[in-house]
Design a protein around this ligand. Structure first.
Ligand code: PMP
Ligand code: GLN
Length: 393
């Protein structure tokens, strides 16, 4: 047989190897280190929601293909949620689409809306699947870097404006932002909205951390700003809010035309997924707000524990306003290369973190930053902090 000289992985995907999350979780398993890398909680979500999934399985709801747009119960619950929380009205039949997690929603939105050669603006550091999906859609990613300033990673609105060209199709937003923990303010979002309207751009906004906001930060869906409902695809997910990341239940809310476009791509990706879990998440979305208050209070205490612990260990810490990640600068510890730092960390301290450089095109801008997840039980975080203290010494 002739040797296969042509690379197997096509050119669009050649730059994307194994995800950093898979690499770092495997490293944690191999070394037995505490895994503060990949963002998943180490305890499951509410018992009654688990039971709701069991009930759906037993009652034969969702064990066969659910409807393509998602089960009606969940679509209604998503629409009610957007109305109750944000005053955004969506028709559950025409304007809500259930997806296999936010991941599929992102992929389907980009595959549906981006023409080869279109430019897509993404905030850098960007969640890894954005880059891969823009590439799969044949688009060109145009990163706009969030820059550290006074304890927060900040969007430079002039840079954003300068990044728009005649080939820009859409702005891919993420707030609360993974990995930096930045929550875009109403004023920042208003400026993004103004630009989108002025340049006639679509906005795809990933809001999977919408409920994980702290202190006086407020999550504002950009779809709620003037002129934006008709040009915005909003993406949500149950994974983060309800601590069931394995269930892969996500959703899109958008105008009928945008929803139909996204569904056109989605139907050829998974077609449908997560049947019984869709019913359970419909119940989760109707839990009283006290559930979300409890979640936030628990995570706030953990954010403070980990942020203070990292500062005590010698890192420069960016205390997040949202998400369950803390970004830390390793330079005070005498290191500059976050990738090398994270590869060595299990050996040095028995802890796994994520180097955020891999989420940058401008690698230098991200080199010294590493991300730690705090969606873990208190004793786990306490042990991690005590191990990390050894680094400074
Ligand atoms: N977007 C962001 C910003 C994320 O951090 C994640 C990972 N949880 C996802 C999307 C993927 O969400 P899901 O697990 O619902 O596919
Ligand atoms: N969203 C999770 C994180 O940022 C990981 C998801 C994944 O493994 N792809 O850590």
């Amino acid at each position: 047989m002739a040797a296969m000289t042509r690379p197997l992985l096509n050119r669009r995907l050649a730059e994307f190897g194994t995800t950093i999350f898979a690499e770092m979780s495997a490293l944690a398993v191999r070394t037995g280190a505490i895994n503060l890398g990949q963002g998943f909680p180490d305890t499951d979500g509410p018992e009654e929601i688990r039971e709701a999934a069991v009930r759906a399985l037993r009652d034969g709801r969702g064990n066969q293909y659910p409807p393509g747009p998602g089960v009606p119960e969940l679509r209604s619950a998503v629409a009610e949620h957007q109305l109750r929380r944000y005053g955004l009205e969506y028709d559950p039949d025409a304007e809500v689409l259930v997806t296999a997690g936010a991941t599929e929603a992102i992929a389907a939105a980009l595959l549906a809306l981006v023409e080869p050669g279109d430019e897509v603006i993404a905030l850098e550091p960007y969640y890894d699947s954005y880059a891969a999906c823009i590439a799969m859609a044949g688009g060109t990613r145009v990163p706009v870097t969030l820059r550290p300033s006074e304890g927060r990673f900040v969007l430079d609105l002039d840079e954003l404006r300068a990044a728009v060209t005649d080939r820009t199709r859409l702005i891919l937003l993420n707030t609360p932002h993974n990995p930096t923990g930045t929550v875009l303010t109403r004023a920042e979002l208003a400026a993004v909205a103004e630009l989108a309207v002025e340049r006639d751009l679509l906005v795809v906004t990933d809001e999977v951390y919408e409920h994980l906001v702290f202190d006086d930060a407020e999550h504002v869906p950009i779809a709620s700003l003037p002129g934006m409902r008709e040009r915005t695809v909003t993406i949500g997910s149950a994974g983060k809010t309800y601590s069931f990341t394995g269930w892969k239940v996500g959703w899109v809310t958008a105008t009928p035309a945008l929803t139909t476009a996204v569904r056109s791509a989605k139907q050829y990706l998974t077609f449908v997924a997560s049947g019984p879990f869709q019913y359970a998440i419909a119940e989760a979305l109707r839990l009283p707000d006290s559930f979300l208050d409890g979640l936030r209070a628990d995570l706030l205490a953990k954010r403070n524990l980990l942020s203070d612990g990292l500062a005590g260990a010698g890192f420069d810490v960016y205390r997040p306003a949202g998400t369950y990640f803390v970004t830390a600068d390793i330079r005070p510890l005498g290191a500059t290369d976050g990738i090398a730092f994270c590869r060595a960390l299990p050996e040095r301290a028995g802890v796994v973190a994520i180097p955020t450089a891999v989420f940058y095109d401008h690698r230098d801008a991200g080199a010294p930053f590493v991300r730690f997840a705090f969606c873990k039980e208190r004793p786990v975080l306490e042990e991690a902090v005590s191990r990390l203290k050894a680094l400074g010494g």
